[in-house]
Write a protein that binds this ligand. Structure first.
Ligand code: IPT
Length: 985
């Protein structure tokens, strides 16, 4: 489709504005006059599919949406890592309540495409539904459909079938591009219905490719990027496009490739994943820049980090976090880490931030790249079980600040400031006159020092490896702040009064000074606050930030008739403060764990949300509100001196949730494929001679790579038939799997043995790309008979490598790669079998080719009544595959959101692994002797929290040790009163 005249004008209209403003000053020079034309003021309503056309422009400071500054505070989540669409809304509502105004998503090609020409956007893959939900939640969407995404998913998002096609991926190869176009056509057909420019959705920005640094400066790279750009535009996508440079390299800045003559539709962004030990780097307009220059490389576009660390992933064995898993990721990249790095970003003039990840989720089924295990929790602010963690504090604070305090959308660097033991950034907003100081402590001990500000010397304490934000001259409604050592979080007008909220670390002494040309009436509404009015017309307020919750101080009269309510909160309190704009006015809600939705109906305030701990609920809002309805129930309230409506009683904590013990297991052995009599006549004959794989095929031998025969996910079986093994001494099986791969072999039904890839350590986990090895099995005398023989081989492959460097590493073979014989040279005829047709509901990555999977043993409806009853723990020594099934009932009350996991534990020496099927859904892989993951999240929707569930474990045992399962139990991972209705998937 060609761009219609109207959509195009939506684009050029905005960017023309952006260029007019941004181009005026030139690099580094603040264009002060330009900014005056940009209105500041109260936060605009959250975005929605409002039926109005919008412009999306920018200047060097920020995005300009309909001509207004917008600071993007976006959180990354992956719909494909949460296979339950009802829970998308839950996570999105949590993001929005905690200060995010956007969600950034990858769309994974492999998740939607089981075969060339076949695309599926139904059920858990419903992109249209996701985009609708984001718009309904009031979040902008940053869309990243690749075609390459990396993301620690199989093949970096490339479909399995692409690994068996001609041409080099991530180049301008015509075959590759024809596949890419097919994918983008499918995605864009949906995205086009949700563009913010058109008023039909909230898609604001669109990324092409991902961290593409294979061909940054050559014709191939430019042609490829140009092709993608033009393709996306010709599909009717009229929002700004961008790319995420892998670092501050200056790759793919505006003008670096042909955009078909279109100007101003392209933003430059770069990613960053600093280690906690690192000193936060400078970049952008303020940093030294250097030859490459980061955001400085693109002086006319605003500073943009499309991915910045909100945690980090963990490989099999847990090498990155000392085997302690994501709890350790969250501990080492904690709230202070995020605050220190993100405040530095802010101080460097960045105004588009995306926190990767904000909710990591689960790499269920065969989705994970070999480098990661099932959990993709990431140590993110929202954990895999959808709990909001302590890390949310800085995210919540910064997100609300950037949306509610417009001074932060346009900051120029101001005179250098020095403070003993700290790195200080000093910035001002040239329009409002506010000054901003970011004081960072790169040492490990707390530093207390005097900071020389434009409002005088201010004594501050910054804990080790943390940072503090200090502001002077900020407008607080109709009054003006002189300075505050507590960090401003938001300022809004609710009803007849202004409200300003300041937050800080628990135990801080907050000192706030308000300029009061006329002495006001001051009332402390909570006993901890102290205040004094000095001779210089300053009101000093001091508040220790304790565990007692919110501290309120009312300032009335004086220079204005409009009262100002000053609120002080420590971090844990601040994350329970929720501003919410309704058509009839702005609300501020304090108390619950989550505010999902707010609505005014006459004098009634209707709120929905979650409660975890016992709490009061307090609401500031428009004049005349007198009734508080929480999750449909009217609560008794009183009006407080601060003008709020507050519950008189306590709202109780979420109730206990009891989980059943798991029992009633039944067992059945499988791998009949190992037996000589097994009928494999309907298996595919593996006799190809050529491949597009990067793995060489041994001279004169058949291609054995699973992908060449259409088996792209999970386990694959081989049966090699031959005659004449009389002198056979040894069988060598070369195979390639990714880390943790495993091979088991049988000759005429007799186990030859198992072989597995070594457990990677921190260095080899990423470097040893393809993970290929050779298993050598001696052949016992008894098997060296004349006649027909069958060699049966099961290969657990661990998915394709990612292709981060653009070297087609996703095309490294998976499965057997060669077989060799010592003492005999039999002619082997190979047959291969992997997963049968892709599951139409659960998708192509749910199943591999185990016998039980092919027979539906994982499915809830399968009849296992004749299986052998067993109980756990079990210990047995054998080589092969055994299935265990049971069912359990849950009866979680409908108004409780319980998050439940399955925990497996055993002697870590035992060499076995289990695939976990819940109601037929492959919720991940447990490797008992590798770990580190023991608890697997069972997402509601897949899990029936009110009803019966079927659990199936497919266990692969290696013979080298005894094998379990040991202890298998349900674990409660979170609970809240409230939640959302969940539709079963
Ligand atoms: C960057 C990728 O863009 C993203 O997809 C994901 O893989 C992330 O890293 C790590 O989780 S790649 C960069 C860190 C080299």
């Amino acid at each position: 489709m060609a761009l219609s005249r109207r959509t195009f004008s939506a684009l050029t209209g905005s960017t023309a504005l952006g260029l007019a403003l941004g181009g005026s000053g030139g690099p580094g020079a603040p264009s002060a006059y330009a900014a005056r034309s940009v209105p500041t003021g109260p936060a605009p309503a959250p975005p929605s599919a409002d039926g109005c056309r919008h412009t999306i422009g920018y200047d060097r400071y920020s995005l300009l949406v309909d001509g207004r500054r917008l600071v993007l505070w976006s959180g990354e989540m992956h719909p494909f890592r949460l296979p339950s669409p009802s829970l998308w809304r839950d996570v999105l509502q949590k993001m929005r309540a905690h200060g995010y105004n956007a969600v950034s998503i990858y769309v994974a090609w492999n998740y939607h495409s089981p075969a060339p020409g076949s695309y599926d956007f139904t059920g858990v893959r419903d992109l249209d539904l996701f985009l609708r939900t984001a718009a309904e939640t009031g979040l902008y969407v940053v869309l990243r459909p690749g075609p390459y995404i990396n993301a620690e998913v199989d093949g970096g998002g490339f479909p399995g079938w692409l690994s068996a096609t001609r041409g080099t991926a991530r180049t301008d190869d015509p075959t590759y591009l024809s596949h890419v176009d097919e994918w983008l056509t499918q995605v864009n057909r949906i995205v086009r219905r949700h563009l913010f420019t058109q008023g039909t959705g909230t898609v604001l920005l669109y990324q092409i490719e991902n961290e593409y640094d294979a061909h940054p400066a050559d014709a191939t790279g430019r042609a490829y990027m140009s092709h993608l750009y033009k393709k996306v535009r010709s599909d009717g996508i009229d929002v700004p496009l961008f790319h995420n440079d892998k670092g501050r390299n200056g790759y793919w800045v505006p003008g670096s490739f042909d955009t078909g003559g279109e100007k101003g539709g392209w933003l430059y962004g770069f990613d960053g994943y600093p280690s906690p030990a690192q000193t936060p780097p400078d970049w952008g307009d303020y940093g030294p820049g250097g030859p490459k220059g980061g955001a400085g490389a693109s002086p006319s576009t605003p500073g943009f980090v499309p991915e910045f660390g909100g945690g980090w992933f963990d490989p099999w064995g847990g090498a990155f976090f000392d085997g302690k898993g994501y709890a350790e990721a969250r501990r080492t990249r904690d709230a202070a880490y995020e605050r220190r790095f993100y405040l530095t970003n802010l101080a460097n003039g960045l105004t588009l931030h995306n926190v990767y990840m904000t909710f990591g989720g689960t790499s269920w089924g065969w989705l994970p790249a070999p480098v990661v295990y099932t959990s993709y929790d990431y140590g993110a602010a929202i954990d895999e079980a959808r709990n909001v963690t302590d890390k949310m504090a800085p995210m919540h604070h910064l997100g609300h600040l950037l949306q509610r305090v417009p001074d932060f959308a346009k900051l120029d660097r101001a005179a250098d400031v020095h403070a003993e033991g700290l790195k200080v950034y000093h910035l001002t907003n040239p329009d409002t006159g506010a000054h901003v100081y970011v004081a960072r402590n790169d040492g490990t001990d707390a530093v207390t020092t005097e900071l020389p500000t434009d409002a005088g010397r201010v004594r501050i304490t910054v804990p080790g490896k943390d940072a503090r934000l200090l502001t002077t001259g900020l407008k607080l409604g109709r009054r003006t702040l002189k300075y505050s050592t507590a960090e401003p979080m938001l300022c809004l007008t609710a009803g007849r009064q202004d409200i300003a909220l300041f937050s800080g670390r628990l135990g801080d002494m907050a000192e706030l000074v308000l300029k009061c040309p006329v002495e006001p009436n001051v009332m402390r509404l909570d006993p901890e606050a102290a205040w004094v009015f000095d001779n210089d017309d300053n009101l000093h307020v001091n508040v220790p930030l304790g565990e007692g919750g919110l501290t309120r101080v009312l300032v009335e009269k004086g220079e204005t008739e409009t009262p100002l309510v000053l609120l002080f909160a420590d971090d844990a309190t601040a994350v329970r403060m929720f501003p919410y704009d309704t058509p009839s006015g702005t609300l501020l809600v304090y108390g619950p764990a989550l505010l999902r939705h707010a609505e005014l109906r006459g004098s009634e305030v209707h709120l929905t949300g979650d409660i975890t701990e016992t709490t009061t609920i307090e609401v500031w809002g428009p004049r005349g509100i007198d009734t508080l309805v929480w999750n449909g129930r009217t609560l008794p309230t009183r009006v407080t001196l601060s003008g709020s409506l507050m519950t008189t009683g306590l709202v109780p904590a979420a109730p206990e949730v009891r989980l059943p013990e798991l029992g009633g297991w039944r067992m059945r052995r499988e791998n009949p494929e190992a037996g000589p009599g097994f009928d494999d006549s309907d298996w595919t004959v593996a006799d190809k001679r050529t491949t597009f794989s990067t793995t060489p095929v041994p001279e004169g031998r058949p291609v054995l790579f699973a992908d060449d025969y259409g088996f792209h996910y999970g386990d694959v079986w081989y049966r090699g038939t031959f005659t004449g093994s009389t002198g056979l001494e040894e069988v060598s099986l070369a195979y390639s799997t990714g880390t943790q791969g495993l091979l088991m072999a049988w000759l005429d039904g007799e186990p030859l043995g198992a072989h597995r890839m070594p457990v990677p350590d921190r260095d080899t986990t990423i470097r040893k790309g393809s993970w290929a090895d050779t298993a050598v099995f001696p052949v016992r005398e008894q098997l060296r008979s004349p006649g027909r023989h069958v060699l049966s081989v099961l290969v657990r492959r661990m998915q394709r490598d990612q292709d981060g460097k653009g070297l087609d590493t996703h095309k490294a073979a998976r499965g057997l790669t060669a077989a060799a014989f010592k003492g005999a040279s039999p002619q082997v005829r190979w047959r291969i079998q992997g997963a049968i047709a892709p599951d139409p509901v659960r998708g192509p990555m749910n199943n591999g080719g185990l016998y039980g999977e092919r027979q539906g043993w994982h499915l809830p409806g399968f009849r296992d009544h004749d299986w052998e009853p067993v109980s756990f723990p079990r210990t047995a020594r054998y080589q092969g595959v055994t299935w265990y099934r049971t069912s359990f009932r849950l009866s979680v009350p409908a108004d409780v959101d319980a998050s439940i996991g399955l925990t497996l534990e055993d002697d870590p020496y035992r060499a076995y692994r289990a695939q976990i099927f819940l109601n037929g859904w492959n919720m991940g892989q447990y490797i008992n002797n590798v770990g580190p993951q023991h608890t697997f999240v069972l997402p509601n929707g897949v899990l029936r929290t009110r009803g019966t569930n079927t659990l199936a474990l497919a266990v692969l045992s290696e013979f080298t040790t005894l094998s379990g399962p040991g202890r298998v139990s349900l674990t409660l991972l979170g609970r809240a009163s409230g939640g959302l209705p969940v539709t079963p998937v």
